[in-house]
Ligand binder design. Structure first.
Ligand SMILES: N[C@H](CCC[C@H](N)C(=O)O)C(=O)O
Length: 291
């Protein structure tokens, strides 16, 4: 099976062009095996680029643990680059079908004629608690809701319980945004998985730890549902943009610094849609499963 390794701001996936080869079988198992950082190619997950009845292509995304997600922001920028650069649809505006609906993308082409940056209309955020889904509220938005986590005994973070303030947003996939003074390893790597798997998120959740630099600039670390800490998360950055406005901490347009690069987010007041702009990079191509 031929694959293309790509990343969006360091959020790296293995991409399979299913226009030119059949859809692989046992996708969750393949996602786990191919994502393994030592025994596989190494990636945050697997993304299939498939024909679509209603768009230029369809994106199907799996996390490193084999779970399927509705949407992937960094991933959809790379899907657009693959569709353009590999001749599937050579246009500077593309429609890509995802679990969050058919999204519109505007492609920027570099000197080499290949896509280097993409602006994605991520659609409108979903804020109603049951639709995120979370039980942190019976209905309506979840904004700065105190969220107590019980820590395992003798935990680095000290006492047995810790309370953070959660602002929850879905971009087709669920996000729990937490604004902190410093996004430390303890918070990201130890509190992250506890929140990811908390029963108050029936479909688990992606967790963003956000430092406010100014009303127009933030720094984000991400503990992703099904993949652990990633170097960037596009749907997460979109959720952070919305949460910043809902909590009064940021303006509608922000620059977000993630471990692997920067994203520009703009929650348009007219359309209520979040616009995300960022890089898309092809690293190498390979063949999987050569016996
Ligand atoms: N990295 C992706 C998000 C993957 C979300 C996935 N971890 C989930 O289960 O929702 C992004 O750039 O939006």
């Amino acid at each position: 099976m031929k694959f293309i390794k790509m990343h969006g701001a360091g959020n790296d996936y293995v991409y399979v062009d299913c226009f030119s080869q059949p859809v692989p079988e046992n996708l969750p198992e393949l996602a786990r095996d191919i994502s393994h950082r030592h025994f596989g190619v190494g990636a945050d997950g697997l993304i299939l680029v498939r024909p679509s009845e209603v768009a230029d292509a369809r994106m199907q995304m799996f996390n490193a643990d084999g779970s399927e997600s509705e949407m992937c922001g960094n991933g959809i920028r790379c899907v657009a680059k693959l569709v353009h650069d590999h001749g599937i649809a050579v246009k500077d505006r593309l429609k890509i079908e995802s679990g969050a609906g058919v999204l519109d993308l505007q492609l920027s082409v570099g000197q080499d004629g290949k896509v280097d940056r993409v602006t994605v209309d991520m659609g409108a955020p979903i804020l109603n608690a049951p639709d995120i889904p979370t039980t942190l509220a019976p209905s309506g938005p979840v904004i700065n809701v105190p969220f107590m986590v019980t820590l395992p005994t003798n935990h680095h973070l000290g006492n047995a319980k810790m309370t953070v303030e959660a602002t929850c947003v879905s971009m087709g996939n669920p996000h729990c945004v937490i604004f902190v003074d410093r996004a430390t390893d303890e918070l990201v790597l130890e509190l992250g998985p506890l929140i990811e798997n908390d029963a108050r998120f029936p479909r688990r959740v992606n967790v963003e730890f956000v430092e406010i630099i100014s009303p127009t600039e933030v720094r984000q670390r991400t503990w992703e549902r099904g993949s652990g800490e990633t170097w960037a998360c596009g749907t997460g950055a979109s959720a952070v943009c919305v949460a910043g406005v809902l909590t009064g901490k940021t303006e509608r347009r922000i620059l977000n610094h993630l471990l692997g690069g920067d994203l520009i987010l703009d929650w348009d007041a007219e359309t209520e849609h979040v616009m995300m702009t960022g890089p898309a990079t092809e690293v190498f191509q390979g063949e999987w499963g050569m016996s």
